[in-house]
Design a protein around this ligand. Structure first.
Ligand SMILES: Cc1cc2nc3c(=O)[nH]c(=O)nc-3n(C[C@H](O)[C@H](O)[C@H](O)COP(=O)(O)OP(=O)(O)OC[C@H]3O[C@@H](n4cnc5c(N)ncnc54)[C@H](O)[C@@H]3O)c2cc1C
Length: 463
């Protein structure tokens, strides 16, 4: 008999007044008792709506069924058939708009906490000892992967399991992409990502860091001189957007990507770190997406008084609801219907404030959301000593210059065949944010999987 309680088991979390001053994980994870209880809320529906909401089609009812029986390792193995990063996805996937958004229990009450169960099962697996993986026999084919974010890691893993000799080339000094340089430690502990990367290395994947494709090496060199028969581009969308308002190049203005990279990848929050970062007292974060929430919550933990400045209302905030609630609980202030028009400086050229303008919502724009319209004569100055721009990112144009004939969209996204990830350049595949623009971890993983299958089909002669 399923458990018909209408609400999810709540996630145990650090107290907001404690966690807003540390970088330890906010959500603490289910206990075994909670996981068993939550799993019993699943109705094991014949028509698996939740699976259709999952971009990599995990057999969710099957893994939850095993969880409800206490067969946690069997549950993990079911998830692993479709996802190579369950401990990551259990933490950062937007389940509310994917699997849980489709869950039948959500019609009357809350959906089954699929993400929390995925995290529980993955953490359980990771905390146990497992037999060493056997390195698959090599099939004689060499593939290069550019970028070590979720798309690159997934593509590399799938190919290595089939015997391909895979080398990942990563521009930064540590692999992991946004999982290590963007998403903060308090949402995704870096040890989890590190473990996934060690798993790939154990399969024989080589990881070459500090190699910028397009500067250190070109795609043409990889293919024509170094013997790689196929290349997967998973270089993400790391180029930040700005507003082009006066004062954006003052000292004390960061793109969210730079601010988060200094904190997460370069550990600026640690007292022993030598990474320079401005410890602003009053920080404005401009934007309303997940990246803005991460930047605001990091700045708060660095000791600042933080204000998120967003030009629409709370209802239109694009960030996950859970992240917004966490930010609010942690004492971050939100100024809605407000837009910066200039950043002001002191005599030394440092940020001293922002000039903002009130907005009101007009007619819907191309995105279907009501367009913010400035209110005449509503400008005011807010004193600030640091401004973080979190307005979105686009693919870095560098990658296009690395080979002839790589077709891209006007905004920089690489053009691919949807079913295979094949680009216009023979032997070159692409996926993740480099193709879609800023999206999600699970979509990037899905794209890495698609491309790995297509590369395998081509190189093994089954295409
Ligand atoms: C702050 C932040 C928070 C986010 N939070 C979430 C979340 O909660 N949930 C979610 O699902 N998604 C989230 N996202 C989005 C998600 O992280 C991305 O969609 C995903 O990481 C894209 O994966 P990817 O493999 O395409 O690229 P990335 O993760 O961006 O990895 C690309 C890698 O390629 C490397 N690279 C780039 N150019 C080159 C080159 N020329 N040569 C060699 N290497 C290169 C980069 O250094 C990087 O390591 C967030 C993004 C950010 C920035």
């Amino acid at each position: 008999m399923p458990n018909m309680r209408l609400t999810k088991n709540p996630m145990p979390s650090q107290d907001p007044t404690v966690r807003n001053a540390n970088f330890e994980e906010v959500a603490l994870g289910y206990t075994e008792e909670m996981a068993l209880d939550e799993a019993q809320r699943c109705l094991n529906c014949k028509q698996k709506f939740c699976v259709s909401g999952c971009p990599v089609r995990i057999d969710i009812p099957a893994f939850i069924h095993e969880t409800a029986q206490g067969n946690f390792e069997a549950a993990y193995q079911i998830i692993s058939l479709s996802s190579s990063l369950p401990a990551v996805c259990g933490r950062v996937c937007p389940q509310e708009s994917q699997c849980e958004g489709q869950c039948i229990r959500g019609k009357k009450g809350e959906p089954v906490a699929i993400g929390r169960l995925e995290r529980f099962v993955a953490d359980r697996h990771n905390s146990a000892e497992h037999a060493e993986v056997s390195v698959p026999e090599k099939n004689g084919h060499k593939v290069a992967v550019i970028g070590s974010g979720p798309s690159g890691l997934t593509c590399a893993g799938d190919l290595a399991r089939k015997g391909y000799e895979v080398t990942i080339f990563e521009a930064l000094h540590l692999p992991g992409g946004v999982l290590v340089y963007g998403i903060p430690e308090f949402r995704l502990p870096k040890a989890i990502v590190q473990r996934e990367i060690e798993g790939l290395k154990a399969l024989g994947v080589k990881v070459e860091t500090n190699v910028v494709i397009g500067r250190t090496l070109m795609i043409d060199e990889l293919m024509e001189e170094m013997g790689f028969e196929a290349v997967f581009i998973g270089s993400g969308a790391g180029l930040p957007k700005f507003m082009n308002i006066p004062g954006e190049n003052l000292k004390g203005v960061y793109s969210a990507n730079e601010f988060l990279t200094r904190i997460n990848l370069m550990k600026a929050y640690r007292p022993d770190a030598s990474t320079p970062i401005q410890h602003g007292r009053s920080v404005a974060v401009v934007g309303g997406g997940n990246v803005a929430m991460d930047a605001a919550r990091c700045a708060k933990r660095m000791g600042a008084d933080v204000t998120v400045v967003y030009r629409r209302t709370e209802k239109e905030l694009p960030a996950r609801r859970e992240e917004v609630e966490h930010a609010m609980e942690e004492g971050i202030r939100f100024l809605f219907l407000t837009n910066p028009v200039a950043i002001e400086s002191n005599e030394q050229g440092w940020v001293s404030g922002i000039r903002v303008q009130k907005m009101e919502l007009g007619e819907p724009d191309a995105s279907g959301r009501r367009r913010p319209v400035p209110v005449e004569g509503s400008e005011e100055d807010l004193p600030m000593d640091c401004v973080i721009m979190a307005l979105g990112t686009s693919p870095n144009p560098l990658i296009k210059s690395t080979t002839e004939g790589l077709a891209t969209q006007r905004w920089g996204g690489i053009i691919v065949e949807e079913e295979t990830g094949k680009t216009s350049r023979e032997g070159v595949y692409a996926g993740g944010d480099a193709v879609t623009g800023a999206a999600t971890v699970i979509l990037a993983m899905g794209a890495g999987k698609t491309a790995a299958a297509a590369i395998d089909a081509k190189l093994s002669g089954n295409a």
